[in-house]
Design a protein around this ligand. Structure first.
Ligand code: NAD
Ligand code: UD1
Length: 336
């Protein structure tokens, strides 16, 4: 019995694969490598001592999916496969809706044809838009997304909820990630953004390694303690372990289960920079820039539901996140 990880060579997928294998679970990967490299899978082999079975294939390729499902005894799927660059999604909405929604619909159809009705979905804090309440609970109002990427997550959540309602053989675990950063402590796998990073931590590490001259801090006039944006950063290994718990959850036949994944602690941009400098002994030159369009002041979650009902709680703190992000970047300045 195998778990299929779509997008399993990506940042979160490769860490989850490692945790699943180390936990004694059997996994198979499919990825079109549009934003990743097979080298990540070689690194996972090195870390786990296990050969990884993988397919270079797209989730919208029905024939490829049929082949994967007929060659493996798959009962559960964790669907990481998605395009995820917010700015690009505004430029290329069709590509985002087609890849993320169209691809996932094809995947779900092949799954049900094969009687594999257990699904874990990578959703995002982005579904809460500008949150009505802080800390954000799962009941917080949703559906005020500001970009097509966010809408794909929100729409897919609704599709999964409706499918499960219509056919209770389905089990859907919807995980709303806050801000994953960090890397495997070995420094062998980590985040490998294409081109100039959009997100804060990969930008910081590329400044630290000398690939970029300085960090722009997007706004210091927010209504936060130091004026810079506050987020719920979460170590990617903790996030990966939450997926192992999600598989256990699926095996309890929960129907539809939705929860936030974060630490419940918010840190500002300046706090992250300072911690990174202190923990790693490197300087991060920065300057204050205008606010980035669409950004919000504060976003952190209530992690209570995950703790009570998923039996998961983040173990790593912000210092370990900074240490491991840097360890990955300095050992792999050009990624894989
Ligand atoms: P990533 O880009 O590193 O991984 C996604 C993987 O999916 C890549 O390996 C890519 O090649 C693959 N892929 C994309 N489209 C595909 C397709 N049509 N068929 C097959 N493979 C395809 O991203 P990540 O950070 O690991 O994110 C994983 C999931 O988590 C995504 O769904 C993302 O939207 C979601 N998410 C990420 C974050 C974050 O901050 N990293 C936050 C919230 C949610
Ligand atoms: C990003 C995504 C969001 C996703 C979330 C969780 C964008 C625009 N949004 O949000 O869809 O759900 O991750 O993974 O990509 N910052 C700087 N300078 C930089 C980069 C960022 O000051 O060069 C600041 C931002 O203004 C923000 C904080 O750092 O206050 C975090 O930014 P980022 O890492 O991009 O994450 P989010 O904006 O939370």
């Amino acid at each position: 019995m195998s778990i299929l990880l779509t997008g399993g060579a990506g940042y979160i997928g490769s860490h989850t694969l490692t945790e699943l294998i180390n936990g004694g679970y059997d996994a198979v990967v499919m990825d079109n490598f549009s934003n990743s490299s097979p080298k990540a899978l070689e690194r996972v082999e090195e870390l786990t001592g296990k050969k990884i079975r993988y397919y270079e294939a797209d989730i919208s390729d029905r024939n490829a999916l049929e082949k994967i499902f007929s060659e493996n005894d798959i009962r559960e799927v964790i669907n990481f496969a998605s395009l995820k660059a917010v700015g690009e999604s505004v430029e290329k909405p069709w590509e985002y809706y087609n890849n993320n929604i169209g691809g996932t619909l094809t995947l779900l159809d092949v799954m049900r044809r094969h009687g594999a009705k257990n699904f874990v979905f990578s959703s995002s804090a982005t579904v809460y838009g500008d949150p009505a309440v802080i800390p954000i609970t799962e009941e917080c109002p949703k559906g005020t997304c500001t970009n097509p990427y966010g809408w794909t997550k929100w729409m897919l959540e609704q599709i999964l909820i409706d499918m499960q309602k219509a056919d209770n053989e389905w089990n859907m675990v919807i995980l709303r990630y806050f801000n994953p950063i960090g890397a495997h402590p070995s420094g062998r796998i980590g985040e490998n953004p294409n081109g100039r990073p959009n997100n804060l931590m990969p930008f910081i590490t590329q400044v630290a390694v000398g690939k970029l001259p300085e960090l722009g801090v997007f706004g210091n006039d927010y209504d936060t303690p130091d004026g810079t944006g506050v987020r719920d950063y979460l170590h990617v290994v903790d996030l990966a372990r939450a997926h192992v718990k999600a598989i256990d959850k699926l095996r309890e036949n929960p129907g539809c289960f939705i929860c936030n994944l974060g630490t419940g602690q918010g840190y500002s941009v300046m706090e992250l920079i300072k911690t990174f400098e202190e923990v790693n002994g490197v300087k991060i030159p920065y300057s204050i820039k205008p606010r980035r369009a669409g950004d919000i002041a504060t976003c952190y979650c209530s992690p209570e539901k995950a703790e009570k009902e998923l039996n998961w709680k983040a173990q790593f703190g912000i210092a370990e996140m900074c240490r491991d992000s840097w360890n990955w970047q300095k050992n792999n300045p050009d990624g894989y």
